[in-house]
Design a binder for this molecule. Sequence first.
Ligand code: NAG
Ligand code: NAG
Ligand code: NAG
Ligand code: NAG
Length: 831
Amino acid sequence: MPGFRTLVWLIQLSFTSAAVLEERSRGSHDADAVFRPVGLAVGTGYSSQTSTVKTFKLNAASSFATIDYGAERAGWPFFDVLKVDRPLQIEIKYSETFPDLQLSSSDGPYPFNVGQANTFRVETFNITKAGRYSSFLLQGGQRWQSIQLLTDGAITFRNVGLEASITTVEPEKLPGKFSSSDDVLNEIWNLGARGTIASCVDEGSQRAVWEVDSKMGVHITNLRPAQTTKAIGFESYTLEFDAFIERGGIWWSVAHSFGILGGFHLQLVGELPSATTFVNTNKTLTPANTISLAKGYAFVNQTSVTSYLLDTFKVPFSVKEKTWYRIKTVLDPKGFLSVSINAKLVFKATLTNYYSGGGSISQSGSFGFGAWQDHAAYFRNVVVTDTANGSTLYTNSLKHQKVLAEYGTGENLASVCLDGPKRDRLVWLGDFYHTSRIIGASTGRFDHSTGTFDFLLKSQIENGQLSISPNLGYDPSIASAFAPTGSYFLEDYQPLGFLSFYHYIRHTNDVAYARKTWNQWEKQLNWLLGKISSTDGLVHFGSAFLGGADAGSAVSCVSAETLYAAADIATTIGKKAAAAKFRESANALADAINDQLWNDATGTYGLSTSDQSAFTVAGTAFCLTSGIASKKQVASAISALDDLQLGFGYKDSSNDDPETTDLNISPNTNGFLLPAILAAEDWERASELIYGVWGAMLANPETNTGASWEYITPQGEPGLGAYTSLGHPWGGAATYILTEWVAGLRTADGVEGFGYKNWILSPDLGFHMGLKHASATVPLFPSGQISVHWEIKKNGQMLVEVRAPKSLKGVFKLGKTKKTLQGKSKYRFTV
Ligand SMILES: *[C@@H]1O[C@H](CO)[C@@H](O)[C@H](O)[C@H]1NC(C)=O
Ligand SMILES: *[C@@H]1O[C@H](CO)[C@@H](O)[C@H](O)[C@H]1NC(C)=O
Ligand SMILES: *[C@@H]1O[C@H](CO)[C@@H](O)[C@H](O)[C@H]1NC(C)=O
Ligand SMILES: *[C@@H]1O[C@H](CO)[C@@H](O)[C@H](O)[C@H]1NC(C)=O
């Protein structure tokens, strides 16, 4: 994003001079780099019934403003205060849905990872004078915002907005396009496009989340502890540091995993003087002069991220703000954890007391520093010693910029795609599958695809695996830090990650990139081959997201699909022996799957050899899309799906009990299923699934973010509670499906189709949906595009128009009609 750094500098400048900012922003940089609200409601409470945005006033009679950005947006919040009649406090919240905005923590917090964003969705400001106010930390994904006046007085606002941390381009303006006679389908196409816009970020666009001062050390606010890379193997250590509470308290962690698992969390809250303590401070959660001890990710639970508050200890004296204290934490190999402040012991806890079943709690893992919601603090002069013998393990003044790289808190290191914009801000390997395909159909940001692959490939470990979820801020080549248990455990993310690379190559035919990275991919594929048992010929993983890790159909079929895909890429880059090897392995795996996993009684592929009667969406999807099923098996497996039908989609497994309250429909796995249903030419079923699952994301204006969802309940609500991501491109498969099967423009199968050298225009699904017209454009690599348009005329004939580079060959297919399109750059005909 050109001019981005200027923008950041201007925001910082604005702390002192709002007038200067306005002057410069008009002159020197792109006003598009700001997200503005589309709706505003001012009143006595939250309201989703918003009207025109204008200057507004909050006072005792009317203390709430609800702000609607219209769709998923991301950036650094700012607002201008025009007038304020006395010092007062306001609470600002952000959320993806309107209902969650009303929760006391809104739809956060997100202590799962640092993610170069605010851990919290609530922040409080002390307003003393007119001018511009900005947040230091970005809010990665929201449609809604509220501003509540917490104290007496009156305040007038204007220009509430977000300095964009992502591109501000709207889905309709992307290089890839789709439109049709049905507006619902057009909005469905936008879902995946907008999820991808919000989740794929440019290098350096997510700025540093710690500030470093050469005297005071690191300054931290509103952020969960970030761990150092230098203490990964540390065990039973003593950690000492200086801390200076600017407001509230300090948060730190010890014996903390470096991957995505948690550790011990400690929080010291100061005396909370009334002059500097916000009136909304939760003194039950953060009582004055205490240290809280927790295990997990934080001191509160947030849906699927579990934390255990183990104890809260009283500090035997008053802890002052703006005063340096020496904090000492001892992990004692005899099973104790103790904390002293200025050499006075606050507590010594027996860790085994916190396990009802006894046993020991691990004392190994890294440490880190953070600050709770609305807290701010400095940390410096860290010394770590071995508790048993006192030898020094680590020292760091925390006064140099290089701490940002060590603690993973600098700006994002590469152009990559995250799982979701507001949380789960990690570069998930297996979840990139749909995103990679959506990029081809919509944003055309192929640099985001190769940026993501490059980042993941840097995390490759000796055995060939890539990290399943590297962080934005750590150099991924420190992979051993995450291995083996850290972020390598979902083994099916390896083939899913490879398939996202395959789809990139299929779309672009970027042979140079395939050649450049092939050795690493081949190493990953060889790891995969090692997972095929010589006894039964099936894939045996230790754990798998798709289920049935050990000799299951989903993991075996996704692996077969991967090996066929690998053979195609190897062929394209002239690696004949490798191509033959992968194809033979895929064929053998296919035979083993059909021999051992097909169940005649259920008429589909069994979950695994140990549970033949159950079956899954993912197993059905990959056993069909890998092409290993016969025509008869395909038809039978598709009709067996009826037993998985739940609400408007399919539940993941026949073992899932629909009575379970937390059962969700996964747009991710239902997305894997769509191409399988289409390959079976079950137009009715495909149409119902698209309108069902993706239509549900649009149905309620209070939960619609205009972007694709992570999970949906069978009732059509966001799944996983407030925590869930409603900007997840992994749930956006309908986007490329509409381009490829409704407008009907896709590559031909196999190597011949790479880069659209041979393309197909086959709008069967759109035709069967009864559309009057549909159009699509796909961006080509490195440049160019193909555009198609068809419409049904009054006489029932279909008029077809195509523009494509002359060098590419096309075939039009609809039902039994077939027409070759080659040698021209424009085609127009009726059928
Ligand atoms: C807000 O700022 C005023 C003026 O600097 C100060 O007196 C007051 O203590 C501050 N309040 C809080 C909660 O920080
Ligand atoms: C304050 O924190 C406690 C403990 O986590 C929680 O039960 C309570 O709901 C919180 N109160 C508010 C207003 O958030
Ligand atoms: C979080 O939930 C778990 C149960 O899932 C519970 O044991 C634990 O006490 C909860 N933690 C907090 C901080 O409430
Ligand atoms: C202290 O203990 C650590 C870990 O057991 C060991 O590696 C180190 O050599 C010891 N140092 C001294 C001075 O004994």
